[in-house]
Ligand binder design. Structure first.
Ligand code: FPP
Length: 255
């Protein structure tokens, strides 16, 4: 870690931190193209950022880290890129299993994981099972994930339960709906970071985005390392989270 990253980390540790951070890891392709490399090299370097940021998040006490690793829409990318990403994912899971266990990190996945190739599903299940007791941080990979698809799937499930007489439609409230989501057991999303300077949510954790603070970092994901991550956490600390209330009410409550 750079000296500047160490000093930012100290500042992060001295104050409140978000409990749940989600990251839209964008810019792998542009990183590679800017260097005249194949796009897959960008994803490979992006996997190094995943390692660095997971460790950094754990070190500063983030309870839940959710990474947008592969969207429902990403299936439409060229076949070679999709296969390359799947291989990368499998390698990452198998290589990181030990580190995750040593650091008491639980790994989970959300999304239509049944669409992943068998070899990836197997690796995922293996790491999910082995790390199920991890208590220091939950690392959730959004894989074959789409926020709209997740909400539709929850609505379908609730409609089915209502049709079968297990659920009174009038009893459906925010908590019931959230409980039917793939991400239903995740804590509220406090901070969503998007890299590469793009101001978009891109179908990521739409439900949880309700009161999330959004920080857009200029770095492309492969360049997004500890320094940029800690800077985003410090930017989050400057925000006033009002949850629909007034500033005066928030000040009153924090007295
Ligand atoms: C977006 O960059 C990134 C992805 C679609 C994939 C993210 C994958 C990784 C970070 C590596 C593997 C993941 C893990 C968990 C090990 P982009 O390709 O859309 O970039 P561009 O906008 O510059 O083209």
């Amino acid at each position: 870690m750079t000296a500047r990253a160490e000093s930012l980390k100290e500042r992060v540790l001295q104050g409140p931190r978000p409990a749940h951070v989600g990251i839209i890891m964008d810019g792998n392709g542009r990183w590679a193209e800017s260097k005249g490399l194949p796009r897959l090299e960008g994803h490979r370097e992006g996997a190094e950022s995943v390692r660095a940021i997971t460790t950094a998040a754990r070190e500063v006490g983030i309870q839940a880290l959710t990474l947008y690793a592969f969207s429902t829409q990403n299936w439409g990318r060229p076949r070679g890129e999709v296969l390359g990403l799947m291989d990368l994912l499998r390698t990452f899971l198998l290589q990181e299993k030990r580190t995750l266990l040593e650091n008491d990190i639980r790994l989970c996945a959300i999304g239509e994981t049944h669409r992943l190739p068998r070899r990836v599903r197997k690796a995922l299940e293996e790491v999910e099972e082995a790390s199920a007791g991890g208590r220091s941080m939950t690392l959730t990979l959004a894989l074959s994930y789409g926020g709209q698809e997740e909400i539709v799937c929850a609505a379908r499930e609730l409609a089915r339960r209502a049709k079968e007489g297990e659920l009174d439609p009038e009893a459906i409230d925010v908590a019931t709906f959230q409980g039917a989501l793939w991400s239903g057991s995740l804590p509220p999303l406090d901070l969503c970071i998007r890299t590469s300077g793009e101001n978009r949510v891109s179908n990521f954790l739409l439900w949880h985005m309700a009161y999330a603070e959004i920080v857009v970092a200029k770095e492309l994901w492969p360049d997004f390392r500890e320094e940029a991550f800690f800077a985003a956490l410090l930017e989050y600390r400057q925000r006033e989270r009002r949850f629909g209330l007034t500033s005066a009410q928030i000040r009153e409550r924090s007295r």
